[in-house]
Design a protein around this ligand. Structure first.
Ligand SMILES: *Cc1c(COP(=O)(O)O)cnc(C)c1O
Length: 364
């Protein structure tokens, strides 16, 4: 069923583009889920319909990411920003130390929250390079016996992305994967905990996914407020209280779409191709300059600049007029940012590259 409304190419960093076929299915079934007679917006979270949706979402997530049985999948709220606090509240004992690898604005925020809770150390920071690069393995200063090491797999604002997680020894690796979760195959066993606000690559806003190894789930101090304990959410199949049913339903459809597209191997190839096309256009001339170090370039958020701030502003204005929306860089970084999440169509990258060439020809 074609949508009646014209859609732009949405390069927004989040909330972000969703697969069109998912939006069409949501629209088709919004008045009443087939066989249920009620909208998904109206059903009880204690109903079998909800259970089926949540169980199918979890099963697809487990199948896609190859999540082993000794990990819990939790559907939470409060965004990644609440995870910045929940991680240390649950995993950092009073006499413990948590190490933070600081690679951008979001890792800094995660570090600041941990420092409110306990002892948090900076294992490495690339702030003096304005976060345009990632630390090398030999730059990491890890604390022996750390309660955990925190990293950000993709730096949404600065356009850098780890290809492989760093080696952190025996400490559990905790990963903020907001902006690249399920964008490529992942070896979950390298991590103790992976979390992501769903609004970039999985679903609309309102849902946070956490994948937590059993031994870390069991660290939750009983003295914590109930809603902040991973163990409570795990013991109650993520509906201790009312979960964000609609967002979980849409994630379920997005994961179904992802499986249908061929899973993470196939989406990784496509994501690689989209990013390569755009970086090639950036590198073709001196007019556009990528802001991240080449080896650290993100396939999800491509950041670049034009020769002057004024040209950046004109570029954004003309791009918007050409139906290319959401290209403004984060206020902390400026410049241009094209977010190319899983659901972002290849045709949109082609349209942007054509626009860039035309803009340079007429304005450069
Ligand atoms: C968007 C983002 C966040 C913030 O997520 P919220 O769900 O808005 O709290 C945190 N970390 C990264 C890497 C992000 O991209």
């Amino acid at each position: 069923m074609p949508t009646a409304t014209r859609r732009l190419f949405n390069f927004s960093a989040g909330p972000a583009v969703l697969p069109e076929c998912v939006l069409e299915e949501v629209q088709r079934d919004l008045m009443a889920l087939p066989g249920v007679g009620m909208s998904v917006l109206e059903i009880s979270h204690r109903s079998t319909t909800y259970d089926e949706i949540a169980e199918a979402a979890e099963a697809d997530l487990r199948a896609l990411a190859g999540i082993p049985d000794n990990y819990r999948v939790l559907f939470l709220q409060g965004g990644a920003s609440l995870q910045f606090a929940m991680v240390p509240l649950n995993l950092l004992p009073p006499d413990g130390v948590a190490d933070y690898i600081v690679t951008g604005v979001w890792s800094k925020k995660a570090l600041a929250e941990a420092a409110r809770v306990g002892t948090a150390r900076v294992a490495a920071s690339t702030e003096d390079a304005k976060f345009t690069r990632l630390p090398r393995q030999d730059e990491l200063q890890l604390t022996p016996g750390a309660a955990y090491v925190h990293m950000t797999s993709n730096n949404t604002i600065h356009g850098t992305q780890w290809r492989q997680p760093p080696d952190v020894g025996d400490a559990p690796l905790v990963c903020d994967a907001c902006s690249d979760i399920l964008s490529a195959p992942i070896d979950i066993t390298r991590y103790g905990l992976v979390y992501a606000g769903a609004q970039k690559n999985l679903a609309p806003a309102g849902l946070t996914v956490a994948i937590v190894r059993d031994d870390l789930v069991s660290r939750s101090p009983a003295s914590l407020p109930t809603m902040l304990q991973y163990s409570v959410h795990a013991a109650n199949a993520s509906h201790y209280n009312t979960p964000p049913v609609f967002a979980i339903y849409i994630m379920r459809l997005v994961l179904q779409w992802l499986r249908h597209e061929g899973g993470l191997d196939a989406i990784a190839v496509r994501n690689e191709r989209k990013a390569a096309t755009l970086y090639a256009a950036i590198d073709r001339t001196d007019f556009y300059r990528g802001t991240a170090e080449r080896a650290a370039r993100s396939r999800m958020n491509v950041t670049f600049r034009l020769p002057t701030d004024d040209l950046d502003a004109r570029f954004l204005k003309s791009a918007r007029a050409a139906d290319l929306d959401g290209l403004k860089g984060h206020r902390a970084a400026g410049g241009i940012r094209a977010s190319l999440y899983n659901a972002f169509p290849e045709a949109g990258v082609v349209a942007l590259v054509q626009f860039m060439q035309e803009f340079e020809r007429t304005q450069g």
